[in-house]
Design a binder for this molecule. Structure first.
Ligand code: SF4
Ligand code: SF4
Ligand code: FES
Length: 238
């Protein structure tokens, strides 16, 4: 069963069970979002980015939690919507370690995409930057976690639960100190992570990386260092 809706003056006919966010994305109408994933029965609505205005509703609402209904009139780009989205993104950037040149997510990063779309810099003027003391968690045998890159979207938790029945991650701490926590079992060979890495693939900002990348990059640095002291180089430097 389908319903008819109007989004930014564009008429759409969409499945009745879709959220406004899904309906728009499926019809090439981009709405900024970070925490929504296809297949979530109860979107967490935690990123507070996917606001839209709907006729008859007093305030902008999150598009990921609102179901379409027949005759709905939706606006995705009003000043109120953009103000809320820019504020949400600035808040995320205020607790993010911006170091794109040295980040594996560079050029495929959702924060960069959002900043471009909302026309704000990654380092907005007048914005204080607060970073967590612990910059890297490498306690997991296969994964490395960077708390100051994490946008706490929860996609890693969701994808792990979907693939393995229960998630090997959870949120830990509160407020500014919230991070992602691993459940690492005694025997790391029993972990599915070494052949999975779905969490790394889904992470929008490289807050989770494969530990083997770290091993590979230190191996290649070592190889470079060794080639620097090869007999040829030593000969040419004398
Ligand atoms: S996660 Fe994105 S914004 Fe952050 S440093 Fe990496 S590329 Fe830059
Ligand atoms: S580690 Fe990545 S996927 Fe998981 S909550 Fe942080 S940003 Fe989201
Ligand atoms: S996608 Fe709707 S609040 Fe994050």
């Amino acid at each position: 069963m389908t319903v008819k809706i109007l989004v930014d003056d564009k008429k759409l006919e969409v499945q009745k069970n879709r959220s406004v966010l899904q309906a728009c994305l499926e019809n090439d109408i981009y709405i900024p979002h970070l925490c929504f994933m296809e297949g979530m029965s109860h979107p967490p609505a935690s990123c507070r980015l996917c606001f839209v205005e709907v006729e008859g509703m007093e305030k902008p609402v999150t598009a990921c939690t609102l179901r379409v209904s027949d005759g709905m009139l939706i606006r995705t780009d009003t000043p109120a919507v953009r103000r809320l989205q820019r504020t949400g993104l600035r808040l995320l950037l205020s607790v993010h370690h911006i170091d794109c040149k040295n980040c594996p997510a560079n050029k495929k990063c959702e924060l960069q995409r959002l900043a471009r779309f909302l026309k704000i810099g990654l380092k907005p003027k007048g914005l204080e930057n607060y970073l967590k003391e612990v910059t890297v968690d490498d306690s997991h045998p296969y994964l490395t976690y960077y708390p100051n890159r994490c946008v706490l979207c929860g996609k890693c938790i969701h994808v792990c639960r979907t693939k393995h029945g229960q998630s090997l991650f959870s949120f830990a701490g509160r407020g500014f100190n919230t991070t992602i926590n691993f459940y690492v079992e005694q025997n790391s060979s029993e972990l599915p992570c070494g052949t999975c890495y779905a969490c790394v693939d889904i992470c929008p900002v490289a807050a989770l990386t494969r530990s083997e990348d770290k091993i590979n990059s230190s191996a290649s640095l070592k190889a470079e260092a060794l080639s620097d002291i090869s007999p040829d180089n030593l000969a040419s430097s004398t």
